[in-house]
Design a protein. Structure first.
Length: 262
């Protein structure tokens, strides 16, 4: 684990100093840092805040990307700045949360406001799963791959490779991409150039493979075979930490990453 001013152990990139004082409205301070800088909104529509109990959820502040039929909301939580994404079908209002990482009170508020129906985990590392007990206690079903299931405190469903998860009228396809962990799973939004890559692909390189279960050769094979060979260059990559990127931005550097060994 690192401080907020150091190298992220999961993506091997350096993160600059950021404020640690949380704003009074309850979202992580990095929500502003990442959200405002990397927002890829394609719609001028803005969601108004919604009130749950005494808490105002500012959904316009969490909205990270929007297109026809869907929205993606993002918050950044925890000591190593995990991205938590919520994919929402705008036709039905149903949503799915990706990685119940940390700061469960914030995630519960967001899940209520966006009508989250279930949670999927990209992998089982501690920084991606800390909010799972509280989310399950609140009634949310949690799914993870069989290979990483023993890393979780508890879970409800097993994710299989190349299957469809329905989110309202949206379809999210599972992509097993081992290397960061044995059970690392990414998620491709069908009909749109969107990839939730977890800790497998980041701007500037693959995810770290120095942890138990990590394998550099395997993660590079996953990136090449499961991402680069099948996804178009315009696919937006939403990783488990840090900034967005695209397949087209990262693909030319593949041989360079192989040569450097990380």
């Amino acid at each position: 684990m690192t401080s907020r001013n150091g190298a992220c152990p999961h993506c091997e990139t350096v993160m600059g100093p950021v404020p640690v004082t949380k704003p009074s409205w309850g979202l992580s301070p990095l929500r502003n840092r990442y959200g405002s800088r990397n927002s890829t909104l394609k719609s001028e529509d803005q969601l108004c805040g919604r009130v749950y109990g005494l808490v105002m959820i500012d959904l316009s502040a969490t909205l990270h990307h929007a297109d026809s039929g869907f929205e993606i909301h993002k918050v950044v939580v925890g000591p190593v700045d995990n991205n938590v994404f919520v994919l929402r079908c705008t036709e039905t209002g149903e949503s799915l949360l990706i990685d119940a990482a940390n700061e469960h009170e914030q995630l519960l508020e967001l899940a209520q406001a966006l009508n989250v129906r279930r949670i999927v985990e990209t992998h089982g590392h501690w920084d991606h799963i800390a909010a799972i007990p509280a989310m399950r206690d609140a009634g949310y079903s949690v799914a993870v791959t069989k290979e990483d299931s023993s890393m979780l405190p508890s879970y409800d469903e097993i994710l299989e490779d190349d299957t469809i998860i329905k989110v309202g009228r949206l379809k999210l396809r599972t992509i097993h991409a081992p290397g960061h962990t044995k059970g690392s799973m990414s998620f491709k939004l069908e009909g749109a150039p969107i990839l939730f890559s977890g800790d497998t692909l980041f701007p500037g390189g693959a995810g770290a493979t120095k942890f138990p279960g990590g394998n550099f050769k395997q993660i590079m094979t996953s990136i090449e075979d499961r991402f680069y060979k099948v996804l178009s260059d315009d696919h937006l990559v939403l990783p488990g930490h840090g900034d967005d990127t695209t397949i087209g931005t990262e693909k030319p550097h593949f041989d360079e990453w192989v040569a450097r060994g990380w």
